[in-house]
Design a protein around this ligand. Structure first.
Ligand SMILES: N[C@@H](CCC(=O)N[C@@H](CS)C(=O)NCC(=O)O)C(=O)O
Length: 277
């Protein structure tokens, strides 16, 4: 669990926030995952929007709350939790009903969620290349300077390497864009993941068996975003496609991705062409 300690937090006002507060952005995949989880749990929460396209997450106020500069963030009775999957597992313990992590499978689910999180930068690469497709560098140098300089720079009291990884990601994007080679490698990773999910779904209606779980929420978000990017889910992984459509019919899911539409950008080559699918 990544709960911050006092010295990590520079924006002190959050320490006095009572109840469940979520700092998030409508179109962020990790925020969508957390909001669907909160909907299914029926947990009341207070919303604090952080405008990622306006680089609000690189401003001192937000970095004073999450030194990593990422959404979502949970503040529960003044305690600050970061990392969407850790937030979800914390909330599952704190608000156990209805269960979204099957009893006795906590460690297995934690490992599967870690694996899902490892693919986050691949999802981001494909999102920026085929969905958002900004005409120039996605993050201006001034915003990245503020990112580098603001916040405590520590997580649980230790110098945090994650922010360096994030900055390197954006600097590389500024230098070379999101190349065919990177996009192809990321798409192929998802192809093997979806193949595995397709096999699971041959034997059971949900990824962990007969009941919906946090794993369905997490992978729904990836499947939805990749479909938006032009990934041929229906053709390559028909069971994953049908499962995604089934979840999309539920209001708890649909309402959180309703605003995520593919902007009318000009994509020179489609994901199918780049990946060779
Ligand atoms: N491992 C983190 C990843 C969080 C993350 O990368 N969030 C994205 C939005 S989905 C973000 O804040 N991006 C910052 C930006 O685009 O500037 C988590 O699961 O919370």
């Amino acid at each position: 669990m990544v709960q911050l300690i006092d010295s990590d937090i520079k924006t002190r006002e959050v320490l006095g926030w009572k109840g469940v507060h979520v700092l998030h952005f409508a179109g962020s995949s990790c925020s969508q995952k957390l909001r669907i989880f909160l909907n299914l749990k029926g947990i009341p929460w207070e919303s604090h929007l952080i405008d990622l396209p306006a680089h609000q997450n690189f401003q001192p106020w937000f970095l004073g709350i999450n030194p990593r500069g990422l959404v979502p963030v949970l503040v529960h009775d003044g305690a600050v939790h970061i990392e969407s999957n850790d937030i979800i597992q914390y909330l599952e313990k704190t608000f156990p009903e209805p269960r979204l992590i099957p009893a006795g499978h906590e460690n297995e689910v934690a490992a599967l969620l870690r694996h899902e999180d490892d693919l986050h930068l691949d999802l981001r690469t494909l999102s920026f290349r085929f969905v958002f497709a900004p005409p120039g560098p996605p993050k201006p140098q001034a915003a990245l300077k503020s990112y580098a300089e603001s916040g405590s720079g520590t997580v649980q009291g230790l110098k945090d390497r994650d922010k360096d990884i994030q900055i390197e990601f954006w600097q590389r994007a500024a230098r070379e864009g999101f190349t065919d080679e990177r996009a192809r490698a990321s798409a192929q990773k998802f192809c093997s993941e979806f193949d595995a999910l397709d096999k699971r779904l041959a034997a059971q209606p949900y990824l962990m068996g007969d009941a919906l779980s946090v794993l369905d929420i997490a992978w729904f978000i990836y499947a939805f975003r990749l479909s938006l990017a032009g990934y041929p889910l229906e053709r390559l992984h028909p069971r994953v496609f049908a499962w995604k459509e089934k979840l999309l019919a539920r209001p708890e899911f649909a309402k959180e991705i309703a605003g995520t539409r593919k902007p009318a950008t000009q994509v020179s080559r489609t994901l199918e062409q780049v990946a060779g699918f």
